[in-house]
Design a protein around this ligand. Structure first.
Ligand code: ATP
Ligand code: MG
Length: 345
């Protein structure tokens, strides 16, 4: 009889030759009263230690749902993962027994949430909330855990950490609260950090400081960073590579400097064409004409075809694969060459 082995989580120090994290052909759908919402439709991306991957795309394109699948925090049901793999150091997290999965969550892969500012508990001091990570996961005494909390508050540059450790969340500004969320996310030295729109609620100066902090923490610890964002300026400054999502798929992936110079997908080109080239900073993504696809009833063929200026007849019927157009680039457009040539003019 064939023995199916239970996957085992590799150690932090495992040498491993593949990427740190690899999402492969991931599909996520939700059963709703209206029907099945196909939120993620074959997403693949990978991340190496010390690398920053920016995930970009308009609202509803599946950025957060992909992140929630990686974290293993989707409610199933209504969510279902009919296909795909999420390999962490070579082990498929989707096949990992729940007790081992729990050891990954928050400890080896951790996340700063899109609504971080409301994620802090108003009735506990920030010191208590940070130190809880060490009490629960590391079995530390209250005293030692508080010491670690102060160290972390220092590390995320909260002034006068020792004096402020017993303050409550409402006594901190939005930017400081976000730093506290970051402190909690990095408390246990994660190998992968997912930051889901970590700066949307903050003003521009504070946004820049938070991004700088994340970049610095990443350099110190060599963790892989997945940065979900709408802000093209942020992407240009901090990311190594980029994955552009549309309708629950990656439509283009590339190294950051390649994509800015010459996008190879009409959607990416639309995003870049619509912003002033001289100053990318702080610009929100422009809404391209037309509506995002209906995830309850995805169009046949390419999901972008109803909005695409490059559309040909076969785009309506044949869904393009992610064409490999270079060693580090892919575009899910049958006519990527035309788009690419146009964008280089
Ligand atoms: N629990 C759920 N039940 C049903 N549909 C859901 C659920 N969670 C997410 N979705 C749908 O999945 C799609 C993708 O959502 P997701 O949150 O990943 O978008 P996003 O790209 O992160 O957008 P935003 O930029 O607005 O955060 C959306 O259409 C959303 O409505
Ligand atoms: Mg989101």
């Amino acid at each position: 009889m064939k023995k199916t082995s239970t996957p085992v989580l590799p150690a932090r120090t495992a040498p491993g030759d593949g990427p740190l994290l690899a999402v492969d052909d991931l599909h996520v759908e939700f059963a709703t009263r209206q029907g099945v919402v196909k939120a993620v439709n074959g997403v693949s991306y990978s991340l190496n230690p010390g690398e920053t991957l920016a995930v970009l795309g308009e609202s509803g394109s599946g950025k957060s749902v992909t992140a929630q699948a990686i974290m293993g925090i989707l409610d199933m049901p209504p969510a279902r993962i009919p296909r795909g793999e999420i390999r962490f150091r070579g082990t498929d997290l989707l096949r990992l027994p729940e007790d081992q999965r729990a050891q990954v969550r928050g400890q080896r892969i951790s996340m700063i949430f899109q609504d971080a500012l409301s994620a802090l508990n108003p009735v506990f001091t920030v010191g208590w909330q940070i130190s809880e990570m060490f009490r629960v996961h590391r079995g530390m005494s209250r005293r030692d855990a508080t010491k670690k909390a102060i160290e972390l508050m220092d590390r995320v540059r909260i002034p006068a950490a020792r004096q402020r450790v017993n303050d409550y969340p409402h006594q901190f500004s939005g930017g400081m609260r976000q730093r506290i969320m970051i402190a909690m996310a990095i408390a246990l030295d994660p190998e992968v950090l997912i930051a889901d729109e970590p700066t949307t609620a903050l003003d521009v100066t504070v946004q820049a400081q938070i991004m700088e902090l994340l970049a610095e923490l990443q350099r110190e610890s060599n963790m892989g960073l997945i940065l979900i964002t709408h802000d093209l300026g942020v992407v240009a400054d901090v990311a190594d590579k980029i994955a552009v999502m549309y309708g629950g798929r990656i439509v283009e992936n590339a190294l950051v400097h390649d994509i800015y110079r010459s996008p190879a997908h009409p959607y990416t080109k639309g995003l870049l064409d619509s912003i002033p080239r001289v100053d990318l900073k702080g610009q929100e993504l422009y809404a391209i004409k037309g509506m995002p696809p209906n995830l309850l009833d995805m169009p046949q063929g390419c999901a972008f075809h109803p909005r695409c200026p490059y559309r040909q007849d076969n785009c309506v019927t044949d869904a393009p694969p992610l064409y490999e157009i270079g060693p580090t680039r892919g575009s899910a457009c049958h006519y990527w060459r035309e788009v690419f040539d146009d964008s280089r003019r």
